[in-house]
Design a protein around this ligand. Sequence first.
Ligand code: BDR
Ligand code: CA
Length: 311
Amino acid sequence: KKRIILDVDTGIDDALAIGYAVHSPELELLGLTTTFGNISLPEATRNSLVLLEKLNKEIPVYEGADKPYARELFKPYVRHIHGEDGIGNCFSSHPLRSAAAEHAADFIIQQARKYPRELTVIAVGPLTNMALALDRCPELPELLDRLIIMGGAVTVPGNVKPTAEANIYADPEAAEYVLTAGFKLTLVGLDVTMQTLLPQSAVDAWRDQGSELAEFMADMTDFYMQAYQDFKPGIAGCALHDPLAVGVAIAPDFVTTQPMYVAVDTGDSPTVGRTYEISADEASTGAGKTIDVCVEVDAERFLQHFLGRIL
Ligand code: BDR
Ligand code: CA
């Protein structure tokens, strides 16, 4: 089994990623770590706990960053995409459990030391918790087996801005720090996640199944589906961004990757949050320290795999 930590800003596609991960026998989910992003930190933590309760899993949740690494909150929350509550307005009652006392960054470090070169972190929100973990443990890149990030748009336009993807845009300084820190890193960006669309027919089939979990997933996802229709009228579904990052942990051959040096625009750059390929000479990481950028995806095979496990 592959030991993983999932770093989330739960969020509807984060919730789908959590469901997919806990139902995947190849993965051992050691814990969820939470960050601000789609919604506020306390809401992300609460939603993660709600999800685990629905999924009947006692996996611990560690709360992390409530704002970006080196600036004040910058990107507005995206309640028009994920709902007022972050889970498609499906929140009904408070979870019975609460988050663990330890900070998310410390939990990541502790597990990385406990399982050297065995742990995969899948980060599907802003990269703040990973940046804080790097500050506290500079040898983290050597300790992890791999870091899989849902974020960026290297070869395609952005979503939250014409040039920026939401997770990177929410904390560009953290993103630059983490992307150039020397991790063995797979970047699952909009380059591939805008191709993995969940069709409405699949969500309707969940509802027909009738279980409480299926109904919750369907109600929540319907909200996200509508948001995608508003965002891109006529689009064939809603994007499975965060689930694809989990899919890549299970089966790396869902995607084709290319080694690249990637830079992030930071500070007050007009294209802040942009992720783009640079030459080895321009890279601050030193020669050889490329990251693996996903450039192609077998969308149909991934979708069938995801659908076979989500409920
Ligand atoms: C990413 O941004 C968030 O809104 C989603 O949960 C996903 O992680 C897509 O750009
Ligand atoms: Ca997310």
